[in-house]
Design a protein around this ligand. Structure first.
Ligand code: SAM
Ligand code: SF4
Length: 323
């Protein structure tokens, strides 16, 4: 469906938990954040009910995220349930991958089409220190398996000044001999990210050109999202850039979000939204649910406004919002 600004909204990101098996330095404080009570989190049945109505309004693509989605029991059962909803064309997952180790076949059979794997370093010690405890070998095994099973695979890297600068060309090289996309995501000043220093996209692009020579735009990989992709000569895959701060992409935004506690969130950087959990638990029928979704999506904010004063600015961590 179209929002008030004429944007086609066909993509829903569903956060199913705020918990995580890792504590990445730009995302979560070392001792975690207070967990949402189990009863405050939408059940899988409630999520499916919402997605049915969203699909009736034109949502076609789903992404399951968190926190770490695989940290919630039965995550792949939810994928299976979402896969069965008429109108849903693709389901992907944003994950650190560690809990998918040995479960990629099952994930494919459940209907998962793609994974976006977060991987900020290849060096085992650096990976362990960025994630505060993760094992990079597991993440790499999952990367391998997902490709073998023909899933669409993208790797998300958050470059942080003074932390993983030296790893960036090595990470980009993963796209040389296989058709994966490596996407550099500009650090956003949300939660723990606010105290770290981003590396501007232009600087990373220059580094890539120094390492791999000139790059051509890869239009085939445009996808549904805000990334743009470049391909160095001789590469099977591409290098993508997602730069919410230096290149605002709100004019092409196609998405809304559902938080684990049931808020339909209309923009990453705005707290306003609709409490669908309250609506459902107060007995709303499907028609009311669908009309509530429709009017909320219509009034999606025009811009995230990271670089300007915003009245209802988001202050929660990414694991709570659903990154
Ligand atoms: N646990 C999963 C993972 O790490 O992929 C899914 C949730 S995580 C919040 C989703 C994405 O948000 C990850 O790619 C992560 O790197 C990114 N992220 C977290 N905090 C961020 C921040 N402050 N700025 C930019 N990206 C961030
Ligand atoms: Fe967990 Fe993902 Fe946040 Fe890292 S980025 S702490 S893996 S939710």
């Amino acid at each position: 469906m179209l929002d008030h600004f004429g944007r086609e909204i066909d993509y829903l990101r569903i956060s199913i938990t705020d918990r995580c098996n890792l504590r990445c330095i730009y995302c979560m404080p070392e001792d975690g954040v207070p967990d949402i009570q189990h009863t405050d989190i939408l059940s899988y049945e409630e999520i499916v009910r919402i997605v049915r109505q969203a699909a009736a309004l034109g949502i076609r693509h789903l992404r399951v995220t968190g926190g770490e989605p695989m940290a919630r029991r039965g995550c792949l059962d939810l994928v299976r349930m979402l896969h069965d909803i008429p109108g849903i064309e693709t389901i992907s997952m944003t994950t650190n991958g560690l809990l998918l180790d040995g479960r990629i076949r099952e994930a494919c059979e459940a209907g998962l089409n793609g994974v976006n794997l977060s991987l900020d370093a290849l060096d085992p010690d650096l990976y362990r220190s960025i994630t505060r405890g993760g094992d990079v070998e597991k993440a790499l095994r999952v990367l391998d398996e997902a490709q073998k099973f023909g899933m669409s695979v993208k790797i998300n890297v958050v470059p942080v000044r003074g932390v993983n600068e030296q790893e960036l060309p090595k990470l980009a090289e993963l796209a040389k001999n296989s058709p994966v996309s490596i996407r550099f995501i500009e650090l956003m000043p949300l939660g723990c990210g606010a105290s770290l220093q981003p590396i501007p996209t232009e600087e990373i692009r220059r580094k890539m050109e120094e390492a791999f020579g000139s790059m051509e735009e890869d239009r085939k990989r445009r996808g549904y999202g805000p990334a743009y992709y470049l391909r160095p000569e001789g590469f099977q895959g591409s290098i993508g850039f997602i730069s919410p701060l230096s290149h605002e992409f709100c004019g092409r935004c196609n998405r809304v979000r559902l938080t684990a506690d049931g808020l339909l969130k209309l923009c990453l950087n705005h707290t306003s939204g609709v409490d669908l959990r309250a609506l459902i638990r107060n007995g709303a029928d499907d028609l009311l649910l669908r009309e509530t979704l429709r009017t909320a999506i219509e009034r999606k904010p025009e811009r995230h406004g990271f670089n300007e004063p915003v009245e209802d600015r988001e202050s929660r961590h990414m694991n709570e919002i659903g990154g």
